[in-house]
Design a binder for this molecule. Structure first.
Ligand SMILES: Nc1ncnc2c1ncn2[C@@H]1O[C@H](COP(=O)(O)OP(=O)(O)OP(=O)(O)O)[C@@H](O)[C@H]1O
Ligand SMILES: [Mg+2]
Length: 351
């Protein structure tokens, strides 16, 4: 299919230009909430595109606009070159959506939920054919397909959501925190299946997640959104490199001479910060520096108690870009009664 291309010749599946969404204020004239503040990006065919940001950053709002559930205040969005605002029905047929919140009917069976969804897309029983059974099997739900959803575990519900979202064979899938609440095994199985679909059918995926390790492993590219604005966009490698490469931690023996000058003189070192007997060295290719450091320190008569190298993670990228951790240790992504978590209000804390 001929389609819009990026300057590098990639097929564009999602094209968002300067999207803004202002939720109206409460009655009584309170100011509205700027949830999405001029967002522009393109998603290429066959890629897994991650949309990451803290609670309240504007992720679900953006997905809602792209999937025609919400009308943007301004800006434009096209899916497969179809305008989401002027032709929402056409757009809806192109995409599958697995929402943050469960949408399955608890009082129906898994299979019934799927058949109803297929009916909403106007699929005939011939078109549905064995597809529903296939999906149920692939999602490991064949044995429980005829049980009420209210008897399903959290993992089974998530897998059913995915099966329902795929029933009309979309080539583009929106996943809003699809693995929230799944155990590690459930998460791994879910993503294995998504990867399989991408590889076997060229599926394009737009996803949000609060698990940064998950995004790091899965996503071809990641956009970081904070307070409704995209503040970084690139491959996981590019984002991690942007925070200044590896960190070498050199611990000297008590009373040893200060190695700062020695470390600063080594190739690839950008900075050295002291914390007691430990020296944190920002550098590129940290592994290669380990033997050089040990050798140079030995020659200079500086006793070394230990050297470790750490690679940057997306958590560090996040901390550096936004000034706050993506998610505090132990904090659930959605604390009850706190829809925005620790994030400040839409414009709070902005420079
Ligand atoms: N229906 C609504 N009416 C008014 N304000 C809203 C509405 N939905 C979201 N908001 C506000 O818009 C901002 C963005 O919300 P959104 O749900 O898009 O964030 P998110 O990035 O998906 O967060 P989370 O990680 O918690 O899911 C927040 O300040 C939120 O309170
Ligand atoms: Mg959300």
């Amino acid at each position: 299919m001929a389609g819009a291309k990026t300057p590098n010749g990639h097929d564009v599946v999602i094209d968002a230009q300067n999207l803004r969404m202002i939720y109206p204020g409460a009655a009584g004239g309170a100011k509205g909430t700027v949830a999405v503040d001029g967002v522009t990006f393109q998603v290429r065919r066959g890629e897994i595109f991650g949309f990451l940001g803290p609670n309240g950053a504007g992720k679900t709002t953006t997905i809602s606009i792209l999937t025609t559930l919400l009308r943007a205040t301004s800006g434009s969005a096209h899916i497969e070159q179809i305008d989401v605002q002027s032709d929402p029905d056409q757009v809806r047929r192109k995409l599958g959506l697995v929402f943050q919140k469960s949408t399955a009917d608890e009082e129906l069976t898994g299979r019934e939920n799927m058949l109803i969804e297929a009916g909403l897309y106007g699929l005939s029983s011939r078109e549905i054919g064995g597809h529903v059974d296939d999906l149920l099997r692939q999602m490991d739900l064949a044995a429980s397909a005829d049980r009420f959803v209210k008897t399903y575990s959290g993992g089974m519900r998530r897998r059913l959501e995915l099966a329902v979202g795929m029933v009309h064979r979309p080539q583009l899938l929106f996943l809003d925190e699809p693995t929230l609440g799944l155990d590690p095994q459930g998460r791994a199985g879910f993503w294995r299946y998504i990867r399989h679909l991408r590889e076997s059918q060229g599926l394009t995926v737009f996803m949000t997640t609060h698990y940064l390790d998950e995004a790091d492993q899965l996503c071809d590219r990641i956009a970081v959104i904070d307070h409704g604005k995209i503040i970084a966009l690139g491959t996981p490698r590019e984002l991690k490199d942007s925070v200044g490469g590896d960190t070498l931690e050199v611990t000297v023996t008590p009373g040893a001479p200060d190695p700062t000058n020695l470390l600063q003189g080594m190739a690839g070192v950008s900075s050295v910060v002291r914390a007691g007997d430990t020296f944190r060295v920002k550098c590129s290719h940290g592994e290669a520096l380990i033997p050089k450091t040990v050798l140079a320190a030995d020659q200079a008569g500086i006793g070394i108690a230990g050297v470790t190298v750490t690679k940057p993670t997306l958590d560090e990228v996040f901390l550096q870009l936004t000034g706050h951790a993506y998610r505090e240790e132990g904090e659930s992504p959605h604390a009850p009664g706190d829809p925005e978590g620790a994030a400040p209000g839409p414009n709070g804390g902005r420079p």
